[in-house]
Design a binder for this molecule. Structure first.
Ligand SMILES: N[C@@H](CCC(=O)N[C@@H](CS)C(=O)NCC(=O)O)C(=O)O
Length: 207
């Protein structure tokens, strides 16, 4: 079978989710690392991602972008443990949590906090304090909703699924910012779940 190629940057949460899923499935793939600064280039947009994001995925003639699509394809095409439930309710729950990750978790935690508090200063810029202040209640809401969902269950869709690799990966970046660490304090279900996820072998492989 043709060896797939994942194109991503260092420090990409979505790229990490794709790498985790490839690792969980035991897929042998090549990693094509690009720089954030090169994403807007016409050549990158044409070859990989018209909207100038990572990750992008290639498997023979199949070219994909959008992490949820890549994750579904990898789970369905490659051997290894199934990461999508077959039960329609659990499957819908998984889809719901992937949508929540894209619509609320990533924008609040990564765009609103980590990019500002951690990445902007790394690049010599100043954090947008107003954006951070607006994002903190959104992050708190996301954590509270997940804390309640995980009462009495180990994973978002009941059993381990693609959804956990989306949401837990984003939230695992929070301790990089003091405010993020603070918001996680006392959230025992979320803390245990992030611990369960980040101690998986796949996290070490995708580090
Ligand atoms: N909807 C896209 C989002 C991908 C995305 O936002 N990736 C971030 C890195 S985690 C990115 O490429 N950011 C570059 C930028 O916004 O300039 C997906 O699901 O793959």
């Amino acid at each position: 079978m043709t060896k797939p190629i994942l194109t991503t940057t260092d420090l990409s949460s979505y790229g990490k989710t794709a790498r985790l899923i490839l690792a969980e499935k035991g897929v042998d793939y090549d990693l094509n690392k690009v720089e954030f600064a090169s994403l807007p280039d016409a050549i990158y947009r044409e070859a990989f991602h018209p909207f100038a994001k990572v990750p992008a995925f290639q498997h023979g003639e199949v070219h994909l972008y959008e992490t949820a699509a890549i994750a579904q394809y990898v789970d369905e095409v490659f051997d290894g443990p199934a990461l999508q439930p077959t039960d329609p309710v659990a499957r819908a729950q998984m889809r719901k949590w992937i949508c929540i990750s894209d619509a609320y978790v990533y924008p609040a935690a990564i765009t609103g906090l980590i990019m500002e508090r951690v990445v902007a200063p790394m690049n010599g810029g100043a954090a947008n304090e107003e954006l951070i202040a607006r994002s903190l209640p959104e992050i708190a809401r996301v954590i509270d909703v997940i804390e309640a969902e995980l009462e009495g269950q180990d994973y978002l869709a009941g059993s381990l699924s693609l959804a956990d690799f989306f949401c837990a990966t984003v939230l695992s970046f929070l301790p990089l910012a003091p405010e993020g660490q603070g918001l996680l304090e006392g959230k025992v279900n979320v803390g245990a779940w992030i611990g369960r996820m980040t101690t998986r072998e796949s996290y070490a492989q995708a580090a």
